[in-house]
Write a protein of this length. Structure first.
Length: 478
């Protein structure tokens, strides 16, 4: 019994140092090793099979702005009055096609394709619905004329007018979105100028997108450096773009937004390249979140992402007079879309200048509905759930060269917005939970249990020492 406190103290110290060594050094190292061995592209490994056989459930929801007063807009009596209709929901089937896996250079080359299937059971209407929308090509042609000499504009005026393209058109939803319309005006202008403005001289918002194979992505395979896993090296054979007015605007950063490296923290900045808008994007931490009981970190675009007046976004504005760049809330993508005066924004100009919402039918944006986000499991970097929400707008300006635009009032007119929503299937989430989340929780609980146990042993030993010291009788000398 005399040695009990000594044994307790010694045992407590051994347990304490063992706990620290195992749970703060060995286990984290083992987890990091296991994750880095898993998250890499190698022929036939699990992540390779999952990436090339995508099982993520993706719904593409489109909300279209129907114009209810086209005649008044054309005559200049009023600005467009909008009626948001939708969603028109399409199920996405994405496929990543492996092209070449190069172990020596630690690269993986692939292409992607997506097929859209209309889901009437989830939609607010039929894709046969007829809507009234702005005739985007005629507005784009008017904008292009501004770059020509006065004589050429004068000659072009009569020529363009002969095609009798109206300012507004009535078309089916499926035609506006995917089927597209062949335009003789665009075909003729393309032939004269020797330029290819539209594929097959056909215009549809997503005409090129359905069942079309993308250019090559070359990314880091993650074997030699796992922190670069999925990061784009080249896209379309390019290490950077050459369409914007500044070096950082032309950078191709991060992944294709479907892959992220492991060990994400609240300080991480998630970078990705969006080919549809020809620019890199980035997301910052917003809050902690959960998906089916799995803890995750929610990231989203910063509130000033679409601030065209910021120094970061200045090179996305093609205007020589920077005072003509759009107000906070919208960014030009004209350099990406044949010079057409197109602008991207948050839906309903969330976080943008209040003047954008002066059009009838618009309302202030709501973050829960209109903000893009991605929820990631931090250890693996796996995207548990996310939505890419973006609005396309066109700058309508009065033009002396196009009769249809002689009288209109200048306005940035919303065309539609999309909610591209993805969530991992339950089976994948369950697999992640049992293989990663639950073991990590067991480790976390065990760590603190062992730490508390060792501390209790040490405290008990110290208490016994103190009690014995207090009760010990003093030695008497005679």
């Amino acid at each position: 019994m005399q040695n009990l406190p000594t044994k307790l103290f010694t045992g407590g110290l051994i347990l304490l140092f063992g706990t620290i060594c195992i749970f703060w050094v060995v286990v984290p190292g083992a987890i990091k090793w296991k994750v880095t061995q898993t998250l890499r592209f190698e022929d036939g490994n699990e992540i390779f099979e999952e990436f090339t056989n995508i099982k993520v459930e993706i719904l593409f929801k489109v909300f279209i702005f129907n114009v209810t007063n086209p005649d008044d807009v054309a005559s200049g009596k009023s600005l467009p009055k909008l009626d948001e209709i939708g969603p028109y929901v399409y199920e996405e089937k994405r496929t990543n096609i492996p092209v070449h896996l190069d172990p020596e250079n630690d690269t993986f080359t692939y292409q992607s394709t997506v097929v859209f299937h209309f889901r009437p059971d989830l939609s607010a209407g039929s894709d046969e619905d007829v809507i009234t929308v702005l005739n985007v090509p005629i507005v784009a042609v008017a904008n292009e004329l501004n770059n020509w000499s006065r004589m050429i504009r004068y000659m072009a005026k009569a020529y363009i007018t002969s095609f009798q393209e109206p300012l507004f058109v009535e078309r089916k939803v499926r035609t506006v979105l995917f089927d597209g319309v062949h335009l003789e005006l665009i075909e003729s202008v393309s032939d004269i100028l020797g330029m290819n403005y539209l594929p097959n001289n056909t215009f549809g918002y997503f005409y090129e997108k359905n069942a079309t194979i993308t250019p090559n992505y070359v990314v880091h395979a993650g074997v030699q450096d796992n922190s670069k896993f999925g990061k784009i090296i080249t896209w379309k054979g390019q290490e950077k773009l050459d369409i914007w007015n500044g070096e950082h605007c032309n950078m191709i950063n991060g992944s294709d937004t479907s892959l992220y490296p492991p060990f994400i923290t609240k300080d991480s900045i998630l970078r990705g390249y969006e080919a549809d808008i020809c620019r890199s994007v980035y997301m910052v931490f917003k809050k902690e979140d959960q998906v089916n009981g799995i803890n995750g970190l929610r990231f989203g675009l910063p509130e000033d992402f679409f601030d065209g007046n910021s120094s970061y976004n200045e090179c996305f504005c093609s205007e020589s007079d920077k005072s003509k760049c759009p107000k906070n809330g919208a960014l030009s993508i004209s350099a990406c879309r044949w010079g057409a005066p197109l602008f991207i924004s948050h839906p309903h100009f969330l976080y943008g200048d209040p003047s954008y919402n002066e059009l009838t039918g618009l309302s202030p944006g709501i973050p829960e509905i209109h903000e893009s986000y991605a929820i990631l499991e931090p250890t693996t970097g796996a995207v548990l759930k996310g939505s890419r929400r973006m609005q396309l707008n066109i700058q309508m300006r009065k033009s002396k060269d196009i009769p249809e635009l002689n009288n209109v009032q200048d306005a940035l007119v919303p065309l539609f917005w999309v909610d591209d929503a993805a969530v991992q299937p339950d089976r994948t989430l369950d697999d992640l939970r049992w293989r990663m989340v639950i073991p990590l929780k067991v480790v976390e609980v065990s760590k603190w249990f062992m730490l508390c146990s060792s501390s209790i042993l040490i405290l008990v030993a110290i208490s016994i020492f103190m009690l014995r010291s207090k009760n010990k009788k003093p030695v008497e000398y005679y």
